[in-house]
Design a protein around this ligand. Structure first.
Ligand SMILES: *Cc1c(COP(=O)(O)O)cnc(C)c1O
Length: 357
């Protein structure tokens, strides 16, 4: 009766709710309100016309998708790694690059999956407090400043759930200050604002940039993510992947992902529209007395001086608006509100006017 001794025990990540009620305005998981590129539908129709293709294993290298991403980012295909959403990519990067004895570092307020991966892969970690105004301070991640080595660094840029972008010069200081560690920049929201670290790749071999199709490409349901780094870094990642599961990317995900990458105009139109809606919505919240952190992402993080986060969350929920709330002490009065269509955000403002009075 002692088998539990040999069990890996972990506390899993809590994802935002996926409600059944179709009337709910769902602004809790940073999904894109617009449909994916028209080419995606065409691919699905082609697949429907030829289901026999599904008998075969998919291309284990996702060659066409990798080549298209490499061309878009101006790198070699050998510098691109794809996976089942960026969650899969980041988890594999943790497994591959964070094998040292020293603690890895990430902000105290950030994507809450980082501590879960550290836990499941048994990686020691330390969280670094954001400043009073919720910013990342580069010195806190640089051994020459802290006086302590680290086992690696990861942070999102823009950060989540704050939405605040770190200037590229600060991102570069962190990378340059960590020649003995891999620095992962999680660019899940970079398409909505902020400056990408992609241009730093030729200068630093310890940099891994991770992106996702879930937010800016309206493909959360297909699970597609990728990492870009120098060839050596990517080959280490490939070796771990092929020691684990050769066929992470299914046929549909590879083909749909390719169709999305091939439509740059559509991508720019949708992301531009969301950023414009965000700025308009943030201004409208400010007018209503909210404190809104400056967001470069497809969500805003805001609090109202007269309401607790719990009360606002419940009042919105009662009026069929679903947003995200986190219980950590420093941010418990904030709500993270995903940017939907203009019509959805107008509806949210009307509901807020009812609640705030
Ligand atoms: C959404 C998100 C991800 C994961 O996205 P996938 O759907 O797994 O591609 C990773 N990092 C951050 C910061 C995110 O917000």
């Amino acid at each position: 009766m002692n088998w539990e001794r040999n069990v890996l025990r972990v506390t899993p990540y809590t994802a935002g709710e996926q409600p059944k009620d179709p009337e709910i305005i769902k602004l809790n998981t940073n999904e894109n309100p617009y449909p994916p590129a028209p080419g995606v539908v065409q691919v699905l129709e082609e697949m429907k016309a030829d289901p026999a293709k599904m008998r075969l294993y998919p291309d284990m290298d996702s060659t066409l998708l990798v080549e298209a991403l490499a061309a878009r980012e101006g790198v070699k295909p050998s510098q691109v790694f794809v996976g089942v959403g960026s969650d899969d990519v980041i988890s594999m990067a943790f497994m591959t690059f964070f094998r040292g004895e020293d603690k890895i570092l990430f902000p105290d307020i950030t994507y809450s999956f980082y501590s879960v991966w550290a836990d499941v892969h048994r990686i020691p970690f330390e969280t670094v407090p954001l400043t009073e105004d919720f910013r990342i301070r580069p010195e806190d991640y640089i051994p020459a400043c802290t006086g302590r080595p680290n086992g690696g660094v990861i942070f999102p840029n823009p950060n989540a759930p704050t939405g605040i972008a770190l200037p590229l010069s600060d991102v570069e200081r962190i990378i340059a200050g960590n020649p003995d560690s891999v620095v992962i920049v999680d660019e899940a929201y970079i398409d909505f604002g902020g400056e990408s670290a992609m241009c730093l790749l030729p200068k630093y071999e310890n940099l891994l940039v991770v992106r996702t199709f879930s937010k800016s490409r309206s493909l959360a349901g297909m699970r597609i993510g990728y990492a870009v780094g120098n060839e050596k870094l990517i080959s280490y990642l490939q070796d771990v992947k092929f020691s684990f599961n050769s066929y992470t990317m299914n046929l549909a995900a590879q083909r749909v992902g390719l169709a999305s990458v091939q439509d740059e105009d559509y991508f720019r139109t949708c992301t531009g529209r969301i950023s414009a809606t965000r700025d308009r919505f943030a201004a409208a919240l400010t007018e209503r007395g909210f404190e809104v952190l400056p967001s470069s992402a497809n969500f805003v993080f805001a609090r109202h001086p007269q309401f607790t986060g719990d009360d606002l969350l419940a009042a919105l929920r009662a009026r069929k608006v679903l947003v995200r709330h986190f219980k950590a002490p420093r941010i418990r009065d904030f709500l993270r509100i995903t940017i939907g269509t203009d019509e959805q955000m107008d509806a949210v403002l009307r509901v807020l006017d009812e609640i705030i009075g």
